[in-house]
Write a protein that binds this ligand. Structure first.
Ligand code: CUA
Length: 152
């Protein structure tokens, strides 16, 4: 009888471990789903219609796309306003040097490279304000480079 108890206890432990890992990956509020990239048009940022006007666009019932430009030393648009309970894909590029794009307190985090587009899909839940952080050294103003993601 003890053997069965042990077996049950170890299975429970394994399930708990898997549960905590999954929970950790989903994190609070914003979850990262993917990370790939198509490049910037040859004409540069201002000729690329995705980024000539940084913005958030609705593309489906609960689906949004955010076109974000990082620059020395900030993000555009700022704040990035996205709806609750939706799936948001961020397309992020840089106007100048390498930056970071990290939604503070979540696992949504990517490097931002001039000429390339970083893609991150997140799922939002409740309304909350998130800080947006640059986590790649990008010059004298690196430590003041920040923005906001507002889930509304
Ligand atoms: Cu931008 Cu550090």
């Amino acid at each position: 009888a003890y053997e069965k108890l042990w077996l049950a206890a170890s299975i429970l432990l394994i399930l708990l471990l898997i549960g905590s890992v999954t929970y950790g990956a989903v994190g609070p509020g914003v979850a990262m789903v993917s990370d790939t990239e198509p490049a910037i048009d040859a004409g540069g940022l201002d000729e690329d219609e995705r980024f000539s006007e940084p913005r958030v666009e609705q593309v489906g019932e609960n689906e949004y796309e955010a076109y974000v430009v990082a620059y020395q030393f900030g993000f555009e648009p700022d704040p990035i306003v996205v709806p609750e309970n939706s799936r948001v894909t961020f397309y992020v590029t840089s106007r100048d040097v390498i930056h970071g794009f990290e939604v503070a307190g979540t696992n949504a985090n990517t490097m931002v490279v001039p000429g390339e587009v970083s893609e991150i899909t997140v799922e939002t839940d409740e309304p909350q304000e998130y800080g947006l952080i640059c986590n790649e050294y990008c010059g004298a103003g690196h430590h003041v480079m920040e923005g906001k993601v507002n889930v509304v």
